[in-house]
Design a binder for this molecule. Structure first.
Ligand SMILES: NC(=O)c1ccc[n+]([C@@H]2O[C@H](COP(=O)([O-])OP(=O)(O)OC[C@H]3O[C@@H](n4cnc5c(N)ncnc54)[C@H](OP(=O)(O)O)[C@@H]3O)[C@@H](O)[C@H]2O)c1
Length: 323
């Protein structure tokens, strides 16, 4: 089969297609005929530098999510040719992932889906909407009364979070560093756009002098201190992203750094379930949500696809179709 195998950390253009054997089915795992997959920052980091980390064993087929059909049910209860989405569980990191024509995935990370969405649209959903959904409804406990800031709003996760938050009637502020992306955010449903140029807090306080109630922090620790300072008493900040390229906080002093009565939480997409996937797809259908797709590439164009994501001008999910 054709697959994108990472042999060593490299530039987007150095990603190439290899011919490798179709994985052999084993107990507890199913073989998926991959129809399409979405790109994630996780693969960008693997390709750029994380591939050198001691806990990663290269060569590795990249890709942490895919959509497709069951090609071999193995000892599972799936049906052959059943439509599925698959994500996480170490996919593309501790075992070979989805940038391929076939992927062998642990049954617990494979979920059935009943939908008529075309493959490329379906591929934009699993990891991105699961991340937004979990951050908003589990970690941030978002309700219609909330005033939410999506910091890093133009990311694929940010755009889906704007849609999901608006679907329950919350007020949504979204940020970008680029003024030309204002319209994108408004078109996705944001009520207000804030430009993250060093004056974000004063823009926010001009709109809401007493602060807001929730922040989905996708830029991450780089802007966390400011985000914490903008929420009201009993407000919640959820760190889900690290777009600011900073994953940790040096000399973090919780008593001082978290304002009294403000809650700090996080979200990790490590534990998807069938029930959550069902809920996500029924929300998408009920509210007629349309994933923001930046561009659809062929597998042979994987280098261009990675370049688009790296340039930060995708403005939506970058998708690759395998057939
Ligand atoms: N916790 C989890 O389980 C989980 C799961 C999935 C994703 N994530 C994380 O969520 C974040 C979003 O992922 P994604 O795939 O949706 O991203 P993406 O679509 O590739 O994000 C692209 C956007 O990132 C913004 N950006 C890039 N560098 C930035 C910087 N230094 N400071 C501020 N903004 C920057 C740009 O916004 P502007 O140019 O408009 O400012 C750009 O439009 C990532 O950090 C990813 O690792 C976490």
């Amino acid at each position: 089969m054709k697959a994108v195998v990472l042999y060593k950390t490299c530039s987007p253009e150095e990603l190439t297609i290899s011919e490798i054997p179709v994985p052999e089915v084993k107990s507890g795992w199913v073989l998926i005929k991959v129809k399409a997959f979405g790109l994630n920052r996780s693969e960008l980091m693997m390709r750029e530098y994380e591939g050198n980390a001691p806990y990663i064993n290269l060569p590795r087929v990249l890709g942490i999510e895919c959509v497709g059909e069951i090609a071999d049910v193995s000892d599972s209860t799936f049906r052959k040719r059943q439509k599925v989405v698959a994500l996480m569980g170490g996919m593309g990191r501790s075992f070979d992932g989805s940038y391929a024509e076939y992927a062998l995935i642990p049954t617990k990370n494979v979920f059935t889906v009943e939908t008529d969405l075309p493959w490329e649209e379906l591929a934009a959903i699993p990891e991105t909407y699961f991340t937004a959904y979990g951050s908003l409804f589990s970690s941030l406990q978002l309700s219609p009364e909330d005033i939410l800031l999506v910091r890093g709003g133009t990311s694929a996760a940010g755009l889906s979070a704007i849609q999901l938050a608006k679907s329950i009637g919350a007020t949504v502020l979204a940020s970008t560093r680029k003024t030309h992306k204002r319209e994108l955010l408004i078109n996705q449903g944001a009520d207000h756009v804030l430009i993250d140029d060093g004056t974000l807090k004063s823009q926010l306080l001009n709109l809401y002098p007493n602060g807001i109630t929730k922040v989905l922090e996708l830029v991450g620790p780089a802007t966390l201190a400011e985000s914490l300072s903008m929420v009201k008493l009993h407000g919640i900040v959820c760190v889900t992203g690290i777009l600011g390229k900073k994953g940790t906080i040096e000399n973090f002093y919780p008593i001082k750094d978290i304002p009294s009565g403000v809650y700090l939480t996080g979200f990790s997409s490590n534990n998807p379930t069938q029930q959550i996937m069902d809920d996500i797809f029924s929300r998408i259908k009920k509210h007629k949500l349309k994933p923001a797709i930046a561009k659809v590439f062929a597998l042979s164009e994987i280098g261009q696809a990675h370049r688009l994501m790296e340039n930060n001008e995708a403005n939506g999910k970058v998708v690759v179709q395998t057939s």
